[in-house]
Structure formats: structure tokens, C-alpha cells
Design a protein around this ligand. Structure first.
Ligand code: GRG
Length: 299
């Protein structure tokens, strides 16, 4: 595994997360804007302590392609809004029915189911509005940027993954069906976040190809690790209900191939993500460090 001793990862994450939080705060209607219930619910979930993995990936990908923070930030914030919407809806009683997320009671527990559904809807719509603040580039038009997002969030990707996940509950699932779910439910948004960073920086076709492969492998590894954490960590450590997958007879890597093999698969996928960064010749240190930290994450 490559190492990057000179790179201060903790400081990088702290600084970028701070900037993302500030930008999100500015893009969202204030909590005093009417109707206050919806704006408070949107902010409640958005500022509940998420790790900001997707927007940090967008900014890091833009940096790897010498892009400006200013043009990547709206896209980074849009991805975090979409991710948060998907979590709010996933936690609903009609979906995964969870009481805790990001260490806090879930949106429907605090605001009721109706407002939680609407907060998710509003964050998805807000995401597109925020994304319109990014400028198109010579290789990627404004429309290309928006289409990149709608494609990842739509019924061919994020929604397809969630549908397949819902429909697989309680059934015997093969490894290839599990890969189908992971690619769409988890990897699509992560890959899109990385690609958008490159596109905002007017990256070359080769750079976009490398970022796509990186995002895909990081995204797949992310879900394998999420499955492992669900069985190895407790609710307090995760900030969400632990052991839910097994209880709900969910298809997961540990359930199908066992914990040891799941860890080996996460390692292999992360190694493939490092290999994808070769064309950047050391200029993608942040992306590399993020992939390494996601493999080692504990929540
Ligand atoms: C409802 C359309 C719709 C989709 C739901 C988000 C989702 C799809 C399901 C939730 C459960 C799950 C396993 C999602 C896969 C992605 C994932 C592991 C999300 C958690 O991401 P983190 O760890 O969360 O980045 P934080 O809270 O840190 O932002």
C-alpha cells in the first residue's frame, strides 16, 4: 500500500469539512424561513455530524486536477444534500425503520413522518439548485454536470439500488446480486462525487477515466466495510443501530462470504482504487489518503 508521510490527513479533513459546513449553511434557507418546520428538519439532518465523505471527495478530486475550490464547492454540497436525503428516507418506517442516525434520533422521530419525507424531498431539490451555482467548463457543460447528478441519484442508480435492496430482504441473494445493489445504492453517489470534482476542474478524458475507476472501487469498498462494521461495532460506536443487517436478514458481504473474506475483499478493492490513481503521478495524495482512511474507519 502506498504511504504519504508528509500529508497531514487529519488537518486536511478538518479544514475541508469546516469549509463544506460553512458553504452548506449559506446555501440552505435559514431555519427562520417559513415554513420553519421544513427548514429546521433539513438542517437537523444535514448538520447532525455526517463525515462529509462525498463532498470531501469532490474537493480532493478537483484539487488533483488543479481545479478551483470555488467551482467544486456547489457540486460537493449538492452531493451531501442528496446523501442526507437518502439517509432520511432510508430510515423511515416504510424503509429500514431506524431510530438513530449520525448519533441522533432520526428525522421522523423528531419531526414526524410527513415532515421527514418532505425534508428528504426538499434536500434533493435543493441539491440541484445548489449545483446550478457551478460553472460549466470547455469539456463539460453546465448540463453535463447536472445530468451527472440526476443520473447517479435516479432510478438507474441510487433508487435502483434501494429498490433491489428492499426486494431482496429475507431472500437468498447471490454475490452478483449483492454487487448490483452495492454498485447502485452506495458506489453511484461516491463515484459521482469524485467525477464531479474532476469535471468541475475541466479534467482530461484520461483523468476522468482514472477518477471513475477510483470512485467505483472506493464506493464498493465503502459498502463492504459498512457491512463489516454493522457486525463488529456497537450502536454507540456507529451512531446508528448496529446489527440491523443480520436482524433484518439483509444481504451483506459478511453474511455471504464471512468476515475474513469480506476484509480481504475490502483490501483488494482499496488497492484497486490506489492503482487507478497512477496517472496522477503523486498529485492525488488526498484521494489516496481518503481511500486509506475509509478502509480503516470505525464508524
Ligand atoms: C432512500 C433513495 C434512497 C436510498 C437509500 C442511503 C441508502 C440508500 C441506504 C442507507 C443504508 C446504506 C447502507 C447506505 C449505503 C451508503 C452508506 C453506507 C451510507 C452511510 O454513509 P456515511 O457513512 O454516513 O458516509 P455519514 O452519516 O457519515 O454521512
Amino acid at each position: 500500500m502506498p504511504t504519504s508521510p508528509a500529508f497531514d490527513f487529519e488537518e486536511y479533513i478538518r479544514k475541508h469539512a469546516l469549509e463544506i459546513n460553512q458553504a452548506l449553511g449559506e446555501y440552505l434557507p435559514s431555519p427562520r424561513t417559513k415554513p420553519v418546520s421544513i427548514h429546521q428538519a433539513m438542517r437537523y439532518s444535514l448538520f447532525a455530524g455526517g463525515k462529509r465523505v462525498r463532498p470531501i471527495l469532490t474537493l480532493a478530486a478537483a484539487e488533483a486536477c488543479n481545479g478551483s475550490r470555488a467551482n467544486a464547492m456547489p457540486l460537493a454540497c449538492a452531493m451531501e444534500c442528496i446523501h442526507t436525503y437518502s439517509l432520511i428516507h432510508d430510515d423511515l418506517p416504510s424503509m429500514d425503520d431506524d431510530d438513530f442516525r449520525r448519533g441522533q434520533p432520526t428525522s421522523h422521530k423528531v419531526f414526524g413522518e410527513g415532515i421527514a419525507i418532505l425534508a428528504g424531498d426538499a434536500l434533493l431539490t435543493q441539491a440541484i439548485e445548489i449545483a446550478t451555482h457551478a460553472k460549466g467548463r470547455s469539456r463539460y457543460s453546465h448540463v453535463d454536470l447536472i445530468r451527472e447528478i440526476t443520473n447517479a441519484a435516479g432510478s438507474l442508480n441510487l433508487i435502483a439500488g434501494q429498490v433491489a435492496d428492499l426486494e431482496a430482504a429475507g431472500k437468498k441473494v447471490t454475490l452478483s446480486q449483492l454487487r448490483y445493489i452495492h454498485k447502485r445504492k452506495t458506489s453511484a453517489l461516491l463515484m459521482c462525487s469524485v467525477r464531479l470534482g474532476g469535471m468541475s476542474a475541466n479534467c482530461t478524458t484520461n483523468q476522468l477515466k482514472a477518477l471513475t475507476s477510483f470512485g467505483n472501487h472506493v464506493g464498493l469498498a465503502f459498502q463492504v466495510i459498512d457491512d463489516i462494521l454493522d457486525v463488529t461495532r456497537n450502536t454507540e460506536q456507529l451512531g446508528k443501530t448496529a446489527g440491523k443487517d443480520e436482524k433484518a436478514s439483509k444481504a451483506t458481504y459478511p453474511a455471504i462470504v464471512g468476515l475474513k473474506k469480506s476484509r480481504a475483499i475490502a483490501d483488494q478493492l482499496t488497492d484497486k482504487s490506489f492503482a487507478a490513481l497512477k496517472p496522477f503521478r503523486g498529485r492525488a495524495k488526498a484521494l489516496e489518503a481518503i481511500a486509506r482512511s475509509l478502509l480503516k474507519r470505525e464508524s
